[in-house]
Design a protein. Structure first.
Length: 212
């Protein structure tokens, strides 16, 4: 709605400038030139609005992480590498709707199961998603899930429990919350470009007709 108000302002300013230019160049053709511009802008404006504005969520992407799990007391937790295992483990980030693609390894050679604790109760149940059990220190076990719930969540190992292996998963909300301010900037630039282009075309046509 705000976008439409801005675009209307831009086009009004464009029309005023174009009218002034045309009245200097060829008074007799003001109305024809103006009508041409109105038709052209009416055709192009919806495309600009669609391209620049609207509550369109950013396209989903794939976030890729490598995680090493360790359930051995004194060195337990998760790490992006075998040598950086901590408790709690490193934060995994995603935008809502992203696919999180994990390559899972075992640091200590024991079996682990990676769980996303969507319902935040510390155990694997309900809508929680989990990998298969993995224990290889050298061969990755792949596990992907959709980050469909915005907010700060935790992941953990269901075999060693969250008390031994857990870490944060932050899912940023996208879409439905209005459009970033940069969208308005894009819209204004798009509107100005179109108006200037139309003025140039109409001016060129008017000048050409003026010649004998
Ligand atoms: Cu484990």
């Amino acid at each position: 709605m705000f976008n439409f108000l801005i675009s209307a302002k831009v086009y009004q300013a464009g029309f005023a400038a174009a009218r002034g230019l045309l009245s200097i160049m060829h008074p007799m053709r003001i109305e024809i030139g103006f009508l041409t511009m109105v038709l052209a802008v009416a055709t192009l404006a919806p495309a600009v609005v669609l391209a620049a504005g609207g509550p369109v969520a950013q396209p989903s992407a794939t976030k890729t992480y490598t995680l090493y799990g360790d359930g051995t007391a004194g060195q337990n937790g998760w790490g992006f590498t075998a040598n950086t295992v901590t408790y709690p483990g490193p934060t995994l980030y995603a935008n809502q709707g992203d696919t999180v693609s994990l390559s899972l390894f075992s640091k200590d050679g024991m079996g682990h199961i990676f769980v996303v604790d969507w319902n935040s109760d510390g155990i694997k149940n309900g809508a929680d998603v989990n990998s298969t059990q993995f224990s290889s220190t050298t061969t990755a076990t792949a596990f992907s899930f959709t980050a469909d719930q915005a907010g700060t969540h935790q992941y953990f190992c269901s075999l060693h429990t969250a008390a031994v292996q857990k870490g944060p998963l932050i899912v940023n909300a996208t879409g439905g919350g209005g459009t970033p301010s940069s969208d308005n900037t894009t819209l204004i630039i798009g509107g100005v470009v179109i108006v200037v282009a139309i003025v140039a075309v109409v001016a060129a046509v008017a000048m050409r007709r003026k010649k004998p």
